[in-house]
Design a protein around this ligand. Structure first.
Ligand SMILES: Cc1cc2nc3c(=O)[nH]c(=O)nc-3n(C[C@H](O)[C@H](O)[C@H](O)COP(=O)(O)OP(=O)(O)OC[C@H]3O[C@@H](n4cnc5c(N)ncnc54)[C@H](O)[C@@H]3O)c2cc1C
Length: 417
């Protein structure tokens, strides 16, 4: 089934009875060339690119819950390419380019909206740091404009420009940044992978990884054993637990990140805004809700729900930046489990077990990475060599200390990234 304006029009006139399921729900086969553990955005994107770019469709995505029920359906949907350090810079640039062609690639409306992101500046030192970051972004081939206070006021007149504690000195404007509809991204990749022959198996928890003489042979699941020539671990917040099934200890800590949404309002915020002094970010969804978030809950946890002190912290930051938000009613909050790496950058590599690959450590920034994560992980799985944009994201950087990509200069403390 292909989507088109004509089809939408026809279905609208005939009671929307012609839409079928977007993907097949097959029984698991006894053996696959590749098994991916985790049906989040990254697992589904990997399946799509394995089939589309590398012609590998004897592939299964095993998901313990339902497709898109993890972080891919829980995030605040910010998509950007404003990383600074070599390694991250070219990877996220690659990802943004894939986003820009994604709807056409998937024939699916993922509501990618390049509404622009403004990172606010609150001190001279921060202005210098953002000027440097902006230059790095331009050097990478992406876009960046350094705004002064008047420039920010023109675009975001509703911010509190009178407050003296954290005055707004300007902002770094990344026009190609924006948002996308998170679950549509999962559905679009799922539909495309399924159409190309990939088996998407829901309610199928991986409970063990079979390794014989250092070679992966398959997985044990809640729906029986499945043999596989290659296994990719793409389990985000559960990465450490999944890797432990093969006897591996990953340098990953899991923390909760919360998000919040208000009641639906008329259009009022038409950009993504981040507030540098309180770590607060906000945008408005197409349904009208103001979607926002802040820091991680500081302790490690596998509970996909947050606690009150962090909620208070985020709301305080919101009120400092734009007091007008106090008039909106908060509708919901939720949490997701973040796979925090020691340097805040992701890990994509082979492991010491032949045929077993890891894709993890996305911290709280992996939604924007979805297309490139899938594209480059598929490359690694299919060819056995890292994609040029991920050569710095090897596991051994934590053993040797070389190549650490600490974007935020916070050191190795997972909960500060
Ligand atoms: C509140 C919040 C806000 C965020 N905001 C942003 C943002 O604005 N921009 C951004 O770029 N990123 C953001 N992120 C981060 C981003 O959502 C994640 O980094 C990214 O979604 C992780 O990759 P994924 O989609 O594959 O993860 P997931 O969707 O979590 O997929 C992993 C899947 O693995 C499955 N799984 C785990 N264990 C097993 C098992 N044993 N067997 C089978 N399946 C298993 C899980 O059920 C899950 O579905 C945010 C995250 C949260 C929670």
């Amino acid at each position: 089934m292909r989507f088109s304006g004509l089809k939408v029009f026809k279905e609208g006139l005939t009671g929307n009875k012609g839409w079928g399921p977007h993907w097949r729900s097959p029984e698991p086969k006894a053996e696959y060339d590749v098994v991916l553990i985790g049906g989040g955005g990254h697992g589904l994107a990997t399946a799509h690119y394995l089939a589309k770019v590398h012609g590998l469709s004897n592939v299964a995505v095993l998901e313990k819950g339902y497709l898109g029920g993890g972080n891919v359906g829980r995030n605040t949907t910010i998509v950007r390419a404003n990383y600074m350090l070599p390694g991250n810079s070219e990877f996220y640039s690659h990802s943004l380019k894939l986003w820009e062609g994604l709807e056409e690639d998937l024939n699916y409306n993922v509501m990618h909206s390049q509404r622009g992101i403004i990172n606010l500046v609150h001190s001279d030192g921060q202005r210098d740091a953002f000027a440097r970051r902006g230059n790095m972004m331009i050097g990478q081939g992406d876009d960046a404009i350094l705004l002064d206070t008047a420039g920010v006021r023109k675009i975001l007149p509703y911010l509190d420009f009178d407050q003296t504690r954290f005055p707004i000195y300007g902002g770094l404007y990344h026009k190609r940044g924006g948002t996308a509809r998170h679950d549509a991204v999962a559905w679009g990749y799922a539909r495309s992978a399924s159409d190309r022959g990939v088996d998407l198996i829901q309610q199928c928890e991986v409970t063990g990884i079979d390794v014989v003489n250092g070679v992966v042979k398959g997985v044990q699941t809640s729906r029986g054993p499945i043999r596989a020539k290659k296994v990719g671990m793409v389990a985000a917040g559960r990465s450490s637990q999944v890797a432990a099934m093969a006897g591996l200890r990953l340098p990953i800590e899991s923390h909760v990140l919360q998000a919040f949404v208000t009641e639906g309002l008329k259009p009022c915020i038409d950009h993504v805004i981040t507030y540098g002094m309180g770590h607060f970010y906000i945008s408005q969804s197409d349904k009208g809700g103001l979607v926002f978030g802040g820091d991680l809950d500081m302790y490690s946890s596998y509970a996909a729900r947050g606690n009150l002190p962090l909620a208070e912290h985020v709301v305080e930051a919101a009120m400092t930046l734009m007091p007008v938000i106090g008039k909106a009613k908060m509708l919901r909050s939720w949490g997701g489990i973040m796979d925090m790496s020691p340097d805040g950058s992701f890990i994509m590599d082979r492991t010491d077990i032949e045929g077993l690959f890891v894709n993890a450590g996305w911290c709280y920034g992996g939604f924007k990475a979805t297309p490139a994560s899938g594209h480059t992980f598929a490359h690694l799985l299919a060819t056995g060599t890292p994609h040029p944009t991920t050569i710095r994201h090897r596991l051994d950087r934590f053993r040797t200390g070389f190549g650490i990509m600490d974007e935020e200069s916070t050191g190795a403390q997972h909960n500060l990234h």
